[in-house]
Design a protein around this ligand. Sequence first.
Ligand SMILES: *Cc1c(COP(=O)(O)O)cnc(C)c1O
Length: 434
Amino acid sequence: MNYYSLNGKSPKVSFKDATIQGQAPDKGLYFPENIPSLQKDFIENIAAFSKEEIALSVISPYVGDTIPANELTRIVSETLSFDFPLVKINDDIYSLELFHGPTLAFKDVGARFMSRCMRYFTRNHDKEVTVLVATSGDTGGAVANGFYGVDGVNVVILYPSGKVSTVQELQLTTLGNNISAIEINGTFDDCQQLVKQAFTDEALNKKLFLTSANSINIARWLPQQFYYFFAYQQWPDKKNLPIISVPSGNFGNICAGLLAHHSGLPFEHFIAACNSNDIVPSYLENGSYQPKKAIATLSNAMDVGNPSNFVRILELFHKEFNSLKETLTSYSISDKETLDTIATVYANNNYLLDPHGAVGYLALKKYLEKHIGQKGIVLETAHPVKFYDVVEPVIHTTVPIPPAIQAILEKKKQRIRMDVNYADLKEHLLLPRK
Ligand SMILES: *Cc1c(COP(=O)(O)O)cnc(C)c1O
């Protein structure tokens, strides 16, 4: 399998090169040159397979021969060393809990898979690898955790000051070792802009072996398909297919779901649940795509004003607006609605949503109100304890803190602060490391 750039001005590359480069030289996102079709009996017999077997079948055609089978098997089983339970919230809505990994958010799977692929691909490199990543909240922790302690890899994380939760910030600033964090006096979009600038700086790239870990990297994007197979596998009524609601920011996760759907994984419909950053809901409403500055919300991992992966969704649908609209609906949910949803679902169903899951839940509920008789799954993308500062005042009780988080809360954060200034970032990247 090869990958082409969506900007169309760079050569096709292998899975290995696309993973290492992150972005194509023409600044386009990589896209698989063909989408594998699933065997019918694989779908029909999905109950019989383990999660590792499912994942291997899904990812193998994308990886091709760039990673030997035994190595890929090991990478997949290390990546999936926790559970993905489908939990019933009420008669119509189930939650696929994607927060049982080490940093308590769904990004663990992509980050763990990518870091292991990267480690394999760079095993014989003489230059150190610098992984440069911008985070709106959860990416940083997941990536830092995935690469923590890996020889020959340095991770530099940029995060927007004051816009990540306490737990999120501690997850990226307390690891130390080969992980360093920079608190940027700006928004997530500013962080992403700085990262993009570093990747296009030829002088810098001659000195450092720079690579990205953002959700545009195919080795992070593609394994997110697994969730949708786990959702389908656990869905109790295969004759009445679920609607899938995905809390969306950069649109990597939902784009992976749509990719799985194009391969033949059956679902009734998809919902992109957004917060007040309503670029995609507006686009689906009026056909005009207008990137905006990101607005800070309570579901901060979705505060994105120009979702990077949306071009991949357009490619998947051959830019046919009407066929996209048949498969995808999008809603924008306010912070007030988010808080009300957390409170209501907790009171009525004794289920505690995090702010991202709450956005997904309410979007799904709105859709189901217009489609009587249908049922759905919300992807619960983060553990509520990650956002205890938001959740606790709403439910008037404390969220029990898991031991792994308690340990982090007792550590001191270590980061450097920086204005939105590329020259400062460059200087920092060029500092000698131990
Ligand atoms: C990153 C993130 C999202 C958004 O996912 P995208 O793939 O960027 O759309 C949603 N919820 C949580 C908790 C996240 O960390």
